[in-house]
Write a new protein. Structure first.
Length: 180
């Protein structure tokens, strides 16, 4: 993102929506809500994301199985850590719960190999952003979000999307906020 204007990402996000239709998209950050809001505002991206799951969200959310109808209660019902943040599996599971998202139908974009590995462990489809070389746990690697079509050509070819790449139906994109 640093090599191109932040504002050129609008076209990239528009092309994703044009290709797949509306996708629930959320920001998942270890930062606080004020910082996430500021970055989204400065980059003009606030209209592309439906919400922000941030430090305050994860650490004020009641962490019980009753809050999540579809959450696998055999996995980390009550987090082991008193403070939740990436790359803990509990933080990712809590974010999925808050988003009401199925891990098998979710794509997780992040710029940290540790976070991507944790996302894969939680059952997500994963994309490492900022490095063109796949690391442990990454399904795809993008030097920049602008390279999404080149790095993930399986998604863009033909009329049908391979279920091995992106399951059809509801797809949630959880992305890390990039500092402007």
């Amino acid at each position: 993102l640093r090599s191109r204007s932040f504002f050129s990402i609008h076209g990239d996000l528009d092309s994703v929506e044009n290709r797949f239709g509306h996708l629930q998209s959320l920001i998942f950050t270890n930062g606080n809500k004020a910082h996430a809001s500021e970055v989204l505002s400065r980059t003009g991206l606030e209209d592309y994301f439906e919400g922000v799951i941030c430090f305050e969200t994860l650490n004020s959310y009641p962490k019980t199985a009753e809050n999540c109808n579809d959450w696998d209660t055999t996995i980390s019902v009550i987090p082991k850590a008193s403070i939740l943040c990436k790359p803990s599996i509990e933080a990712i599971e809590c974010a999925l719960c808050i988003a009401n998202a199925d891990p098998q139908r979710t794509i997780f974009f992040d710029d940290s190999p540790r976070n991507v590995a944790a996302g894969k462990f939680a059952g997500l489809h994963t994309v490492l952003v900022g490095n063109p070389i796949r690391t442990e746990g990454s399904d795809f690697a993008l030097e920049s979000i602008h390279n999404i079509k080149e790095a993930m050509p399986e998604i863009w070819k033909g009329n049908e999307i391979s279920e091995n790449v992106v399951p059809s139906g509801r797809v949630v994109i959880i992305e890390t906020v990039v500092n402007a």
